[in-house]
Design a protein around this ligand. Structure first.
Ligand SMILES: Cc1cc2nc3c(=O)[nH]c(=O)nc-3n(C[C@H](O)[C@H](O)[C@H](O)COP(=O)(O)OP(=O)(O)OC[C@H]3O[C@@H](n4cnc5c(N)ncnc54)[C@H](O)[C@@H]3O)c2cc1C
Length: 230
């Protein structure tokens, strides 16, 4: 298991509250699968973060971190600069892309998009024969992470269809809470494998809907961004 300090190579502001950190670590040293996470330690504490970049990227990994109003670790991360160092340990987790399944449906809310972005880019980079549908929910349009990237990927890759949903802003797209009807009307769920990622409430509610659609348990993969208790 990789467990070392690594350097921040670059920092990108994605949205008002999310920054992507490019960390210097080679694929050879940290050999992860799309969907996995690492444990990051800085003076204020240790937290889990999914790797948001594809494993095909050879010389760095990306973490996309949301800062909450009363964040501890995420707030300290957001104050760091290029060339600062952080300790990372990994890879960890069993939320992993199943390459043999040909119809993948990705459901995310907010920063839950990170492991799914890794899977989507990996499928595209490796030219895998997998049909991808993404339904990504956010409060407002400005909070959508990787919006332009997903639109660009969709333009170049016929097997990728992103759908964006907003819960707290009116727009010319999907609106309101994700429910059974929205999933049935928007997505082709035949023989689909589901990857659901985000805050606990989102994952629980979405898994319940998927089960209601008679999707077998083994086709439902989930990653919950649990909040630390201390
Ligand atoms: C497997 C896994 C992967 C993760 N991947 C990512 C990732 O890619 N990007 C990312 O940004 N985070 C991710 N997280 C969440 C991350 O580990 C931290 O929980 C999060 O950054 C909050 O830590 P903090 O120190 O900033 O806030 P804390 O100081 O721990 O909490 C401060 C306050 O922030 C608010 N808060 C914390 N977490 C949440 C939440 N999930 N939803 C709503 N409010 C919250 C609460 O009000 C809380 O009281 C992941 C978690 C897990 C378990």
């Amino acid at each position: 298991m990789f467990n070392q300090k690594v350097k921040i190579l670059n920092i990108k502001q994605e949205t008002e509250s999310v920054k992507t950190f490019f960390l210097q670590v080679s694929r050879q040293d940290l050999d992860f699968k799309p969907g996995q996470y690492i444990m990051l330690t800085i003076p204020s504490g240790t937290r889990s973060f999914s790797i948001s970049s594809s494993p095909i990227v050879k010389n760095h990994i990306e973490l996309s971190i949301k800062k909450y109003p009363d964040s501890k670790v995420a707030a300290e991360m957001h104050s760091l600069k290029i060339n600062d160092e952080v300790l990372i340990k990994g890879p960890l987790g069993r939320f992993i892309l199943k390459e043999q399944d040909k119809n993948s449906i990705f459901l995310a809310a907010g920063n839950g998009i990170t492991p799914l972005r890794s899977m989507i880019n990996y499928i595209i980079d490796k030219k895998l024969d997998i049909n991808m549908q993404l339904l990504y929910s956010n409060k407002t349009k400005n909070e959508i992470i990787f919006y332009d990237e997903f639109l660009n990927l969709a333009e170049k890759n016929k097997n990728f269809k992103p759908y964006f949903n907003l819960t707290q802003e009116d727009w010319n797209g999907l609106k309101g809470r994700i429910d059974k009807k929205m999933i049935q009307d928007t997505l082709n769920i035949k023989d689909a494998t589901f990857y659901i990622s985000g805050p606990n409430e989102f994952v629980e509610a979405t898994v319940k809907i998927i089960k209601d659609l008679n999707i077998p348990q083994e086709k439902i993969n989930r990653e919950v961004f649990v909040r630390p208790t201390s």
